[in-house]
Ligand binder design. Structure first.
Ligand code: PAF
Length: 288
């Protein structure tokens, strides 16, 4: 019989339970989320359960990563449906703290990686990645997992987290997991809920565009023309583009010198939704 995860809301109770699990020799996995779970999240949990013995899924809508005009208040809070969805996925504990539990003294210490947090999404969402890095640092300090799993869909977020973990010598393995897509190619996201039926149809153009640019990159033919054509098609279909860019996949710099992997990244607004997606491309190495 599949068991429903236990819901824990305090740091003290979670730490106590995880200390006992560690004492029994269990490896701890963590999947940080903001809830409103979809299949993409559940796939991260399945991966964490393959890698560890006890998986904690945190559900916390983090105020620090939302800008003043963003959707913090409107962000869907669906704890009981989320707990139901996690039943049978290998998640043992849902950690659902209050804002006070995570920020008992407000925000005093901030974690920032300016080289990553001010570009791409960071340029359009000032302060966002500072909020993400700070809360992920807190969650990893609370759970102290052996492994934490994040989606590759949030590519820049994953780079921020990897850099923080490496720079601060944090004892955790960060695992990036493939993006789960709708049959149309649309990347699964909690914010897809903001799309109307016809916008959802249009939203599939994002992945089609990325695929087209990725194939131009792979064959090194007409890359700039392909980016311009996709940009025009997306604008024509009603998207307001924040960016559509090709970057070095290892550090998100614009330098393609010596890059062996590139990433095509897009962020665009469609109706009420701001959607992001990306595709990593392994580049053909020129013969020495
Ligand atoms: O990707 C998310 O859902 C959030 O940014 C995260 C990593 C849970 C931090 O709040």
């Amino acid at each position: 019989m599949s068991t429903k995860p236990q819901i824990i809301t305090t740091v003290a109770e979670l730490r106590d339970q995880l200390d006992q699990a560690r004492a029994r020799g269990q490896r701890i996995g963590c999947v940080p989320t903001m809830g409103n779970l979809h299949q993409g999240h559940l796939d991260l949990v399945t991966r964490a359960a393959e890698l560890t013995d006890r998986v904690v899924v945190s559900i916390f809508v983090n105020p620090m990563q939302f800008g003043p005009n963003e959707d913090y208040d409107a962000y869907p809070r669906t704890l009981s449906a989320d707990t139901e969805a996690l039943t049978g996925t290998g998640c043992s504990v849902v950690f659902a703290p209050t804002v006070r539990e995570v920020y008992p003294k407000g925000v005093n210490t901030e974690i920032d990686i300016p080289s990553l947090s001010t570009i791409l999404c960071g340029q359009h969402r000032p302060g966002h990645f500072k909020g993400v890095a700070t809360v992920v640092n807190k969650l990893l300090n609370i759970v102290r997992p052996d492994v934490a799993v994040f989606g590759n869909k949030d590519y820049q977020q994953l780079q921020v987290i990897n850099t923080m973990v490496a720079d601060l010598l944090m004892p955790v393995e960060i695992v990036g997991h493939d993006t789960t897509r709708e049959p149309s190619g649309l990347a699964m996201s909690s914010r897809n809920a903001y799309l109307s039926e016809s916008e959802r149809h249009t939203a599939a153009l994002l992945y089609q565009g990325l695929t087209e640019i990725a194939s131009a990159l792979r064959t090194d033919t007409g890359v700039a023309a392909s980016v311009r054509a996709v940009e025009a098609r997306l604008k024509g279909a009603g998207f307001a583009l924040d960016y559509l860019e090709i970057r070095n996949a290892d550090d998100l710099t614009q330098s393609s010198l010596n890059a062996t992997r590139a990433v095509v990244l897009v962020a665009a607004r469609l109706g009420r939704a701001r959607l992001i997606d990306n595709l990593v491309v392994t580049l053909k190495k020129s013969p020495d």
